[in-house]
Design a protein around this ligand. Structure first.
Ligand SMILES: C[S@@+](CC[C@H](N)C(=O)[O-])C[C@H]1O[C@@H](n2cnc3c(N)ncnc32)[C@H](O)[C@@H]1O
Length: 168
């Protein structure tokens, strides 16, 4: 949100947890005291699976690092990873369906993938979610093919960063 505001783009945040909403508002209040920009910001304390019911604006672009399951202190077992995959798939499907209904054309979406303690790579069926919601993967930057895979040095999950569009 801060990066958008610095580019004078209005920014909206959504989170369902008190802690995250309060921390976001606290940070943004600090940010507006310390940086100059004219764009507006707003934070919804809501469940993004139902965003079409409460969002007053229609965003041009959405960027999200969604909930990616419980925090793993070490590499998860296959069973633990499959449990998270089953938990997050319906969340991602609901959010992308709502964004499709709202007519959002461009979405930056992060999807976790799991290297397990028995060295398997387990991934969501994200292609199926994209097919069902009508989003396509795009690679707008020459030489950078999506998804970009990212792993924090201390982290136990990998992230796939996608840029999606929906022209229907
Ligand atoms: C991995 S964190 C990322 C937070 C934020 N994007 C950031 O970069 O700091 C995922 C966030 O999703 C929120 N969340 C989980 N399920 C949600 C839902 N159904 N609707 C809205 N927020 C949700 C969690 O409270 C958490 O703050």
């Amino acid at each position: 949100m801060q990066e958008a505001l610095l580019m004078n783009i209005n920014a909206i945040g959504i989170d369902k947890e008190d802690y995250s909403v309060n921390a976001t508002i606290y940070n943004l209040k600090w940010f507006e005291k310390n940086f100059k920009f004219k764009a507006k910001w707003k934070v919804y304390h809501q469940d993004s699976r139902y965003l079409i019911n409460f969002l007053r604006e229609k965003p041009n672009v959405v960027a999200t690092e969604p909930y990616m399951g419980v925090f793993f202190k070490k590499l998860p077992s296959s069973r633990q990873a499959i449990k998270v995959i089953r938990e997050v798939e319906p969340l991602y499907f609901s959010v992308l369906s709502q964004l499709k209904s709202l007519g959002v054309k461009t979405v930056v979406f992060i999807v976790p993938r799991f290297v397990t303690s028995d060295r398997k790579l387990l991934r969501l069926d994200f292609p199926r979610i994209l097919k069902r919601t009508g989003f396509n993967i795009i690679s707008p930057f020459e030489k950078i093919k999506m998804p970009v895979v990212y792993r924090k040095r201390e982290g136990n999950i990998e992230r796939e960063i996608y840029i999606l569009n929906n022209t229907k």
